[in-house]
Design a protein around this ligand. Structure first.
Ligand code: NAD
Length: 415
């Protein structure tokens, strides 16, 4: 029996029972002062290939192997990085003793499996956001990371932004005062007839060239569906929609700036209003998250108007933080974005407006540096966990059409 025939629930049950922790091995090798970090990658689709381009130029890292279940992606990776080993099963990659660190850029519903397997193999881990597809998975991954000595970085690259450092500095100086509301938004548009996120299905995308059971990973068996394999983002079974694709970046940024715990409650309204192409995940969204200590955070998003790009406003009694960016900056991590502080006349009449000056860090380089130094990276498992829980609470509220508390969301996730 292969692992592919093990049901997802069985796998999760085993992981929750601590099997993953029992299996954890020590790191494959001790890195000498001149050794380069040997990197493997699981999932080299759109994002994986971006990350591959980020790793290749780093002087202290060496990409040695990738695993992807689809032949086309293995071929593309081989062209981008000649000489690397290409494997069709992530377990074979994790068997390689001389790999120090693994980058996971698989579809969302596979993150937990790849996260737990990577730690169990004793490798350090860079896992794309959102950390997991569900709240119970987020809890399992948090527990596994805490039970291991591995370095874990989540692909929340805005945690490495200069804007976050500026925001934290001003917040610590107390010049924003009491913040009772943060409003955030993210907006995109596409030409008429072109659906946001919809990708063409290559002619070779079929059961001969990919492992459909490995993609399903225990979800109910059915014939290979190439459209869903390529466009998994559009379906709840594999995705959390725009909440796990984009809100998670901004909510993590806000949570880190303000040191927020998971929300007390979430509400989300909206629907599939602009992209009527059979997708399940909504394209028009307003989320309200309640936090302890008198704070409400809102996030709204549309796929049919991009005028306001994306950003966050922290509304304080003594001042306002305004962080605004162009739409593409969320994905590239580049900041043509700006962060500014504006004093409130009522409480800081003599205050002056400020513009952020801190520089961005390279999020991938930060991970590789931490693999060497064993320091905590900029987006550790804790922010991966808190932002994932917030995202899943919002989606559960949307699907239940009611305000949900953390307890309600956890109960719904178990059902
Ligand atoms: N941080 C960011 O800004 C950012 C940007 C885009 C995407 N992402 C995240 O990256 C992840 C991947 O997104 P994408 O757009 O690259 O998706 P994708 O579908 O383009 O790539 C996923 C890859 O995983 C492979 N795959 C599927 N099942 C597998 C399995 N069982 N084992 C190994 N490989 C498997 C697929 O063949 C494909 O090559 C998602 O979680 C997404 O949210 C992050």
């Amino acid at each position: 029996m292969t692992d592919h025939s093990i049901g997802r629930r069985d796998f999760m049950k085993k992981a929750a029972m601590g099997t993953a922790a029992v299996l954890i091995q020590p790191t494959s090798r001790a890195l000498g002062a001149n050794d380069r970090v040997r990197v493997g990658m699981i999932g080299v689709g759109g994002r994986g290939q971006d990350l591959l381009k980020q790793v290749l130029p780093l002087p202290n890292a060496q990409l040695v192997a990738i695993a992807d279940t689809y032949t086309r992606r293995r071929d593309e990776a081989r062209q981008m990085a000649p000489g690397i080993q290409t494997l069709d099963d992530h377990r074979r990659l994790l068997d390689l003793k001389d790999i120090d660190a693994v980058i996971v850029a698989s579809p969302l519903h596979l993150h937990c499996r790849h996260f737990l397997d990577t730690l169990a193999a004793g490798k350090d881990l860079y896992c794309e956001k959102t950390m997991t597809w569900s709240i119970p998975e987020a809890e399992q991954c948090l527990a596994a990371a805490k039970n291991s000595s591995q370095v874990v970085q989540i692909g929340l690259q805005h945690e490495s932004s200069g804007a976050l450092a500026d925001a934290r500095k001003w917040l610590q100086q107390g010049i924003v005062g009491k913040i009772t509301m943060v409003e955030s938004w993210m907006s995109r548009n596409t030409p008429h007839g072109v659906g946001q996120w919809v990708r063409p299905v290559p002619s070779d995308c079929n059961a001969q060239n990919l492992s459909w059971p490995a993609f399903l990973n225990g979800r109910h068996d059915r014939p290979c569906d190439p459209y869903k394999f390529i466009n998994w983002r559009l379906f709840w079974e594999f995705s959390g929609g725009n909440i796990t694709e984009n809100m998670v970046h901004q909510i993590a940024w806000i949570m880190t700036a303000l040191d927020l715990p998971v929300p007390l409650a979430a509400y989300m309204s909206g629907g599939v209003y602009s992209e009527k192409d059979g997708r399940e995940v909504p394209d028009t969204i307003t989320v309200t998250l309640d936090f302890p200590n008198d704070l409400v955070v809102t996030w709204r998003s549309t796929f049919s108007n991009s005028h306001y790009g994306l950003g966050e406003h922290f509304l304080g009694s003594d001042g306002t933080l305004e962080h605004i960016a162009d739409v593409t900056d969320m994905v590239t991590g580049r900041s043509a974005s700006s962060i500014r502080y504006y004093p409130e006349k009522a409480n800081r009449p003599g205050g002056t407006a400020l513009t952020g000056e801190a520089t961005n860090q390279n999020h991938m380089a930060n991970f590789i540096d931490c693999v060497r130094s064993r320091k905590k990276p900029n987006a550790p498992v804790e922010i991966g966990y808190r932002s994932a829980v917030a995202a899943h609470m919002a989606n559960i509220a949307y699907r239940q059409k009611q305000r949900v508390t953390l307890e309600m969301a956890k109960a719904a996730s178990q059902g």
